[in-house]
Write a protein that binds this ligand. Structure first.
Ligand SMILES: Cc1cc2nc3c(=O)[nH]c(=O)nc-3n(C[C@H](O)[C@H](O)[C@H](O)COP(=O)(O)OP(=O)(O)OC[C@H]3O[C@@H](n4cnc5c(N)ncnc54)[C@H](O)[C@@H]3O)c2cc1C
Length: 467
């Protein structure tokens, strides 16, 4: 019997997609840079159905790739071009199983959209801090599997810091129920950590128990113009101290990135009257009685007196706050609009070296890649910068893939010289696999291969990604 029919016996005919028009949205990645062919898309309704699908695929030697919201940026979730993989979509596992507003925990299924999880937390007077541009489409299972970061890492950490427990279906169909709510548990190895950031190569995450926090009652957002990236780093250190360690987000936007976002989207306006070399979007919040506004104002006054900040605006309404954030978040889209194909990086270096890294990369670009222009922005509070590269606007010939590869090699070599990482948050997937295999010490690779062999001895889950 064809496997599609056996899958339909598990999940129902309506949830095994095979027609070309229904497959297409699962076959191409968010960027439109990777298109594969799926043998079928299967959409189980619950953990038991996921387990039955995986058991069947294990018995039949059938490769499977899990998919969440398909917003990942390393071409990992869409199927291979050989047309031999089944896409297992988690979209129907979208229930919030429980929320405890006293213990500050929440148990959600993997297919819950991040935005709906955040909204549910707020309704219960709680706060789930993970926030990223794709929050309206990405799913909790995808966030767990990529160990997503986003704009609030410096205060609340990455997804790894927000997960208390996981429920996982293993490649052979066994269910591991590790959905604990414990904040302290030192019994043996912490197995959930294996699956966080594993990019769907070790198991299918079907549910997660998450940490919540008190809902902020005051939120202050500032958009600041600064003379340099060095000034942004100095200001960052001061902001953490002077704002009572309440800084949630601290995002850098360089001049070129600012020009791109306001040039591409006319509704995005520069909130400041004086143009600056770089900008910082800073957000701070508190859930108690501490009065944030005067603190922030006096902090900014001092920073202006010291020449660290040239100009600034504080959000006076929710609309203005959203407008500040749109400038930052529209950057991803703006790059695809201006140059549908370009080079994206997601590197991190020790925070103190970030400004030097950007300066060194800019110097290399000017010397060796005058045909390309950097678009630089990122989560400076985490030492994570998206040093992306687009063609110069005047170019008439398209930039070749080889040229982008040369530029990427230069940036990755520089990252290594600064003791950095080639992937701060997006992961390895297919796009960075070769670079990852080249730079990772053999002892680390052999440990990772050993784990993969233990959990997925037939190599059926997400083949060709990461390892
Ligand atoms: C506009 C935009 C902004 C972004 N900003 C950020 C950012 O600031 N920080 C950041 O970290 N990322 C960012 N991303 C990347 C992306 O949104 C995140 O990686 C997100 O966590 C992916 O979730 P997803 O549900 O879309 O996963 P998918 O893209 O569907 O999958 C990603 C990976 O996880 C695996 N996977 C998905 N679900 C499961 C599951 N249930 N079990 C096991 N494996 C699974 C897939 O096989 C794949 O390897 C951004 C993306 C976009 C488009």
């Amino acid at each position: 019997m064809p496997i599609q029919e056996e899958l339909a016996a598990i999940v129902g005919d309506a949830h095994v997609l095979t027609a070309a028009d229904s497959l297409s949205r699962y076959e191409t990645d968010w960027k439109g840079w990777w298109t594969g062919r799926a043998l079928a898309v299967v959409r189980p309704a619950d953990t038991a159905e996921v387990a039955a699908v995986m058991r069947l695929c294990h018995e039949r030697g059938q490769p499977v790739v899990p998919m969440g919201g398909n917003t990942g940026l390393v071409e990992a979730a869409p199927p291979s071009q050989a047309g031999d993989e089944i896409v297992l979509s988690l979209e129907r596992l979208n229930r919030i199983r429980s929320l405890d507003a006293v213990g500050f925990t929440m148990v959600v299924e993997a297919g819950c959209i991040l935005q709906s999880v955040s909204d549910a937390a707020l309704e219960a007077d709680c706060f789930f801090p993970l926030s990223l541009g794709a929050r309206g489409s990405c799913q909790i299972g995808g966030n767990v599997s990529t160990n997503a970061g986003g704009v609030n890492v410096l205060r609340w950490g990455m997804m790894r810091d927000l997960v208390l427990g996981l429920e996982v279906v293993l490649p052979d169909g066994r269910i591991w129920d590790g959905l604990g709510l414990l904040r302290k548990d030192n019994t043996g190895y912490d197995l959930k950590q294996l699956f966080i950031g594993a990019e769907g190569t070790l198991g299918i995450v079907t549910a997660a128990s998450l940490k919540l926090f008190p809902r902020p009652t005051q939120l202050e957002t500032a958009f600041l113009g600064l003379p340099s990236a060095e000034a942004a780093l100095t200001l960052f250190g001061r902001a953490r101290r002077d704002l009572c360690d309440l800084l949630g987000a601290y995002e850098l936007i360089t001049r070129g990135a600012m020009d791109l976002t306001i040039g591409t989207f006319p509704e995005n306006r520069d909130p400041l009257s004086t143009p600056a070399e770089c900008y910082v979007l800073l957000q701070t919040s508190v859930s108690g009685g501490l009065d944030l506004r005067p603190r922030l104002e006096s902090f900014l006054e001092r920073a202006m007196e010291d020449g660290l900040v040239l100009d600034g605006a504080l959000a006076e309404s929710e609309g203005q706050r959203a407008a500040f954030w749109r400038i930052r978040e529209d950057l991803v889209d703006a790059q695809y609009r201006v140059a549908p194909v370009h080079l994206r990086t997601d590197v991190s270096v020790p925070q103190v070296k970030l400004a030097d890294f950007i300066a060194a990369a800019d110097a290399e670009m000017a010397k060796h890649f005058p045909d390309l222009r950097p678009i630089t922005y990122g989560h400076v509070g985490d030492g994570n910068v998206h040093y992306n590269v687009l063609p110069q606007p005047h170019l008439t010939e398209p930039v070749t893939a080889h040229r982008y590869e040369e530029c990427e090699t230069m940036l990755f070599d520089l990252t290594a010289r600064f003791q950095g990482s080639i992937s701060a948050e997006h992961g390895i997937g297919r796009t960075k696999r070769h670079a990852f295999l080249d730079i990772t010490p053999e002892i680390e690779l052999s440990l990772m291969r050993g784990l993969k062999q233990l959990l997925d001895p037939k190599g059926l889950l997400s083949p060709g990604r990461v390892l």
